[in-house]
Write a protein that binds this ligand. Structure first.
Ligand code: IMP
Ligand code: MG
Length: 183
């Protein structure tokens, strides 16, 4: 066993290599769309950290990076529906073309809140890049422009995604054993 988290994983959905291949493709597509346009990447903390690091490198775009901390989960596997800003951005985004980088689009509450917030702050446009999309659980009319993988309605962890702040550093994406969060 490579690490002491593997034992809590029911099954691996996407391996490190599969994620790498997909993120490289997404980066190329972003380059095609945004080259010469000076976009600003806005990563949603904490879940985006690994995807953001790989996506911005894969894009090859000459661009700035920003992070915003948002929270709608209180160590549970269901969204509370209430989104809070836990860390705000450090620069003015007026007139900027933004690329939001998110780990997973689930109910849509987080991205509905964030899109509205960023437009109110004067963003010129918003493009959403999400690593995972769980469309079966959507509550808000939000669609992502770039989706890495569409996932079934199961609680997933790894490659940035957590359960109770743990498992973010798994290199793959897997389904957590229900016994981990029902005990
Ligand atoms: P939404 O607001 O319901 O769309 O949820 C977005 C946030 O919920 C994501 O940024 C994640 O932090 C978290 N989330 C939703 N589904 C999962 C999951 O299956 N595993 C881990 N985190 C999740
Ligand atoms: Mg998140």
């Amino acid at each position: 066993m490579r690490n002491n988290m593997d034992q809590d994983i029911l099954k691996v959905l996407y391996t490190e290599e599969e994620i790498h291949q997909r993120v490289e493709q997404m980066g190329k597509e972003l380059f095609e769309q945004f080259q010469g346009r000076d976009p600003l990447f806005v990563g949603v903390l904490n879940g985006c950290f690994m995807f953001m690091a790989d996506l911005v490198r894969a894009s090859g775009l000459k661009s700035e990076l920003e992070f915003i901390g948002l929270s709608s989960y209180r160590d549970a596997t269901k969204s509370s529906g209430v989104v809070q800003i836990t860390r705000d951005m450090q620069r003015d985004i007026t007139g900027r073309e933004l690329i939001i980088v998110e780990d997973i689009l689930d109910s849509g509450n987080t991205l509905a809140f964030l899109s509205k917030y960023l437009m109110a702050k004067g963003a010129k446009s918003i493009t959403i890049a999400t690593l995972l999309d769980k469309p079966s659980r959507r509550q808000k009319a939000i669609t992502a422009d770039y989706v890495g993988f569409v996932v079934p309605d199961e609680f997933v962890v790894g490659y940035g995604l957590d359960y109770a702040q743990v498992y973010r550093n798994l290199p793959y994406i897997g389904v957590l054993k229900p016994s981990v969060y029902t005990k």
